[in-house]
Design a protein around this ligand. Structure first.
Ligand code: SAM
Length: 205
């Protein structure tokens, strides 16, 4: 990665960290809405059990917990101390680690069976998203599972995402399949998890 790109990612992620530490107060509402969606979708994906899962940008660990309840061994990485503290209390079965994903290149290749991520990609600049996708594809031995927006969520979602940063509208108007393909991933299954959310199960090509 060039120094300039690394520098851009550092400033992008500084803003994100303050934002997520701040919104940790309202996280119970987000968890209450998202956790059942994650649990239902993970069951429906019907992935073989007892695999190792790394959930990147895990927040308070609700997607990680949905995998753990299906019998997987799960690790959750995030850089928000407040969300990680909440996750450690709620889900002691998950191995949480404070980790800034600007350093994702340090995680060894093929080191876990599944890499997952929930509602992380839409908040990133296209350049950082590309870096994250290339790396999660490299780190996963078998599958990559992504949950995120697929379409416009209306004024409330637009307002929240406007506060988070400028990337949401560009994200929903670009093609996930093309981005996954460019990162060496093939979409095996994908379905709606809500009116504006989707899950993509990808295999390595
Ligand atoms: C919208 S939240 C989603 C959290 C969780 N995946 C969920 O579904 O509830 C996005 C998460 O990305 C994390 N994040 C953003 N940039 C990051 C970075 N550079 N390194 C580590 N975590 C990051 C935030 O701290 C936050 O927890």
């Amino acid at each position: 990665m060039s120094n300039k790109l690394y520098g851009n990612f550092i400033s992008e992620r500084k803003k994100a960290r303050s934002f997520f530490n701040l919104v940790s107060i309202i996280y119970p509402i987000i968890e209450w809405n998202l956790f059942p969606q994650y649990e239902k979708a993970i069951k429906k994906l019907d992935i073989p059990t007892d695999l190792s899962v790394l959930d990147v940008a895990t927040g308070s660990g609700i997607l990680a917990a949905a995998f753990a309840r299906q019998g997987h061994r799960v690790y959750g990485f995030d850089f928000s101390e407040k969300l990680l503290k909440r996750g450690k209390k709620k889900f002691p079965e998950i191995s949480f680690k404070k980790f800034d994903l600007v350093d994702i290149h340090q995680i060894p290749s093929n080191s876990v069976d599944i890499v997952s991520t929930g509602y992380f990609l839409h908040g990133l600049s296209p350049e950082f998203r590309e870096t994250i996708l290339n790396n999660i594809s490299r780190i996963a031995y078998q599958y990559v599972v992504v949950f995120d927006y697929c379409c416009d969520g209306g004024w409330f979602v637009r307002l929240i995402e406007w506060i988070e940063g400028p990337n949401y509208s560009r994200f929903i108007s670009s093609s996930r399949e093309e981005e996954f393909d460019a990162a060496g991933l093939k979409v095996e299954k994908s379905f709606h998890t809500s009116n504006f959310g989707k899950v993509w199960l990808c295999d390595k090509k």
